[in-house]
Design a protein around this ligand. Structure first.
Ligand SMILES: NC(=O)c1ccc[n+]([C@@H]2O[C@H](COP(=O)([O-])OP(=O)(O)OC[C@H]3O[C@@H](n4cnc5c(N)ncnc54)[C@H](OP(=O)(O)O)[C@@H]3O)[C@@H](O)[C@H]2O)c1
Length: 306
C-alpha cells in the first residue's frame, strides 16, 4: 500500500545516491543481495527505473526507485518526505553520486583493451591528460560533490537518527587525502578536526575556486592539480565527515575509497571492476556492530585521512 510504513522490522533500509550505474548500481545490488531494502536513487527517472528493473530481473525484488538530483533542494526534500512516509527511518545512507569536475575530451569509450599493459600510474596519467580543467566544470564539481552531498546528509540525518543503528558512508577517494594539498598550513588546519568548522571549509573552498579561476589551476597556492576540484571536494567531504562523526556519536559515519574503478568517471581506465569497487564500500556500510566512526577506509581497510 503506497504511503504506508512498510518493510519487516529487521530489514535494513538503505538509500544509495547515483545508483543507476557504476559503483552506485553495484552497491545497490550488493546491499539488496544481503537482504536490505534498497532505495535506488538517480537524477534521471528513466535511467533510475531501468536500473531498478535490471535488479528485479536479477531476482532482487526489494529495490525501489526514487528520483534524486543532489544539487536540487526540492528533489532532496521529496526523497526525505518519501522515506519518512514509507519507512519512518533510514538505516544506511551511501552518498555515492559525484562527477569528475572536469570536461572529458573523449566520448566514453568502454574499450578497456587500450589500457592493457599500462600500470596503475600510467592509467591515471592517461586519464588526467584526457580531461580539461575548466572553471565551470570545477565549480560544478564542488557544488555537486561537496555541497550536493552535504545537503542530502542534512536532509536525511533525522531519519538516520530514527534508526537504532544509523550508518552513513560517504564514497570518497584517495584523491581526497590531505597529501593532495601542497600547503602544510592548510593541511594541518584540515586535519585539526577539533577546531575545524563547516564555515571554514566553505571559506577554503571559496578561496580554492577563486585562485583556480585567477590562475588556471591555483597550483601556486598549494591547491591540488589534476582533477583539482574533485580532489578539493573530496578533501572537504572527508573533513566534514569527521566533524559530523564527532557531533553525532549515535551514528556511524565513515568515508570509503572504492579503489580505481572502470566506470564512466574514469573512462573505463581503472583497475577494478565496479563490483570490486562497490564491495569496498559495502564492507564499510555493513561494519560489524560496535566498530568506530569518523574513519577513512581504503579498499575496505581502515587507513589514514592524511
Ligand atoms: N571510479 C573510480 O575510480 C572512483 C575512485 C574513487 C572514488 N570514486 C567515487 O565513487 C563514486 C561513484 O563513481 P563512479 O566511478 O561509479 O562514477 P559514474 O559511473 O560516473 O557514476 C556516477 C553516478 O553519480 C550520478 N550523479 C552525478 N551527478 C549527480 C547529481 N547531481 N545528482 C544525482 N546523481 C548524480 C550519476 O548519474 P548520471 O548517470 O545521471 O550521470 C551516476 O549515477 C563517486 O563518489 C566517485 O567520486 C570513484
Amino acid at each position: 500500500m503506497e504511503g504506508a510504513k512498510s518493510s519487516p522490522p529487521n530489514t535494513r533500509i538503505a538509500v544509495v545516491t547515483g545508483g543507476n550505474k557504476g559503483i552506485g548500481f553495484e552497491v545497490c545490488r550488493q546491499l539488496a543481495s544481503g537482504g536490505a531494502t534498497v532505495v535506488l536513487t538517480a537524477r534521471d527517472e528513466t535511467r533510475g527505473t531501468a536500473a531498478v528493473e535490471k535488479l528485479k530481473g536479477l531476482g532482487l525484488p526489494d529495490v525501489v526507485f526514487h528520483q534524486l538530483e543532489i544539487t536540487d533542494a526540492s528533489s532532496i526534500a521529496g526523497l526525505a518526505d518519501f522515506l519518512k512516509t514509507r519507512f519512518g527511518r533510514l538505516d544506511i545512507l551511501v552518498n555515492n553520486a559525484a562527477i569528475g569536475g572536469v570536461e572529458y575530451v573523449h566520448e566514453l569509450d568502454t574499450d578497456e583493451e587500450k589500457f592493457s599493459g599500462l600500470d596503475y600510474h600510467q592509467r591515471l596519467e592517461w586519464l588526467e591528460k584526457n580531461v580539461n580543467e575548466s572553471v565551470d566544470a570545477a565549480k560544478q564539481g564542488v557544488q555537486t560533490n561537496y555541497y550536493g552531498t552535504k545537503h542530502v546528509i542534512e536532509a536525511l540525518l533525522p531519519l538516520l537518527q530514527s534508526s537504532s543503528d544509523g550508518r552513513l558512508v560517504n564514497v570518497s577517494s584517495e584523491y581526497g587525502l590531505l597529501t593532495v594539498i601542497n600547503n602544510e598550513e592548510v593541511r594541518q588546519e584540515l586535519n585539526g578536526i577539533d577546531n575545524l568548522t563547516e564555515k571554514r571549509l566553505d571559506e577554503l573552498l571559496d578561496t580554492f575556486l577563486k585562485d583556480f579561476e585567477a590562475g588556471g589551476t591555483g597550483e601556486a597556492h598549494g591547491w591540488p592539480t589534476g582533477f583539482a576540484a574533485y580532489k578539493m571536494a573530496k578533501v572537504a567531504m572527508n573533513a566534514y565527515s569527521r566533524i559530523l562523526a564527532k557531533r553525532h556519536p549515535e551514528l556511524r559515519i565513515n568515508c570509503a575509497h572504492p579503489g580505481y574503478v572502470k566506470t564512466h568517471m574514469t573512462m573505463s581506465s581503472g583497475v577494478l571492476t565496479p563490483e570490486e569497487g562497490a564491495h569496498n564500500v559495502v564492507k564499510v556500510a555493513l561494519l560489524p556492530d560496535g566498530r568506530p566512526t569518523g574513519l577513512f577506509f581504503a579498499l575496505g581497510e581502515e587507513a589514514s585521512f592524511v
